[in-house]
Design a protein around this ligand. Structure first.
Ligand SMILES: NC(=O)c1ccc[n+]([C@@H]2O[C@H](COP(=O)([O-])OP(=O)(O)OC[C@H]3O[C@@H](n4cnc5c(N)ncnc54)[C@H](OP(=O)(O)O)[C@@H]3O)[C@@H](O)[C@H]2O)c1
Length: 239
């Protein structure tokens, strides 16, 4: 089978949902994961092909690109969802390691995978192939406590526009920028309440709205270099 949609970081939460829903909607999905989770087993049991890789440095990413090139002759799309999310370390030695780690997963991996697979990304008839970067609404209005996360996601946002120019007309490159879609254990009850009070639609959005945005980009042949915020309007009112 070929013409896969590669979804990175599909072993849990939003990535798992994206891979599952794309599969349900009839796309050929290749779900990338790092840790073997029950969700990875669920993907496999539902007939989704999976591929494991820890994308922790240039060498591991380049090796992954080689495997992807051999895995399938063509790819319909790549959805870059894999991400790391922790507050910025106060200790500078730890912050340096954190920067390297976040740069690698948010910028270097998407860049090398996109460039490495560009020749194999194939659209459908008149419709170009797709690259979708999952970014964050904080790219536009950063949260200082998460500035290493935010600045590396901002690099991915800039890459969206650069590659939209560079890879046209064969490939569309767009971003989906979630706001509070799924809280993590890092969010205290107080933080959650504050975030929701800053969100006009006043709820945690869930992963499905992210999927609907990704799907709308895949189905639209004339949108590139664009970002869809999926944030319940939080970007309008966040302090
Ligand atoms: N959740 C939200 O409300 C929210 C808000 C704004 C933006 N976003 C964005 O939406 C996307 C999905 O969010 P999420 O909350 O579902 O993310 P998440 O729970 O943090 O999951 C991230 C995924 O990336 C994988 N990953 C991390 N580092 C990796 C590495 N070095 N190599 C390979 N895989 C790696 C993780 O694998 P492991 O399971 O092995 O750790 C995990 O499957 C992310 O891009 C995030 O930045 C989410």
């Amino acid at each position: 089978m070929d013409n896969f949609i590669l979804v990175t970081g599909a072993g849990r939460r939003v990535g798992f949902h994206l891979a599952s829903r794309l599969h349900q909607d009839g796309y050929h999905v290749l779900a990338h994961y790092r840790s073997a989770t029950e969700d990875v087993q669920r993907l496999q049991q539902s007939g989704i092909e999976t591929i494991q890789a820890d994308l922790h440095d240039a060498a591991s990413i380049l090796e992954f690109v080689c495997r992807l090139k051999q895995y399938s002759k063509t790819y319909r799309a790549i959805v870059h969802n894999a991400s790391a999310f922790t507050p910025t370390a106060e200790n500078l030695t730890e912050a340096a390691a954190q920067y390297q780690h976040f740069f690698t997963i948010h910028m270097l991996a998407p860049y090398l995978i996109n460039q490495g697979l560009a020749a194999q990304l194939a659209g459908n008839g008149d419709s170009p192939a797709d690259i979708v970067h999952i970014t964050d609404i904080n790219v536009e209005n950063p949260t200082p406590r998460f500035d290493i996360y935010g600045t590396t996601k901002a690099g991915l946002q800039n890459m969206t526009v650069a590659l939209a120019k560079k890879l046209a007309p064969a490939i569309k490159v767009n971003a989906v920028a979630p706001g509070p879609v799924l809280f993590t254990s890092l969010h205290s009850e107080e933080t959650k309440a504050q975030m929701l009070s800053e969100t006009p639609l006043a709820r945690e959005g869930g992963a499905e709205p992210v999927y609907l945005a990704v799907k709308s980009l895949l189905e639209n042949p004339f949108v590139t270099g664009a970002t869809i915020p999926v944030d319940g309007g939080r970007r309008l009112s966040k302090a």
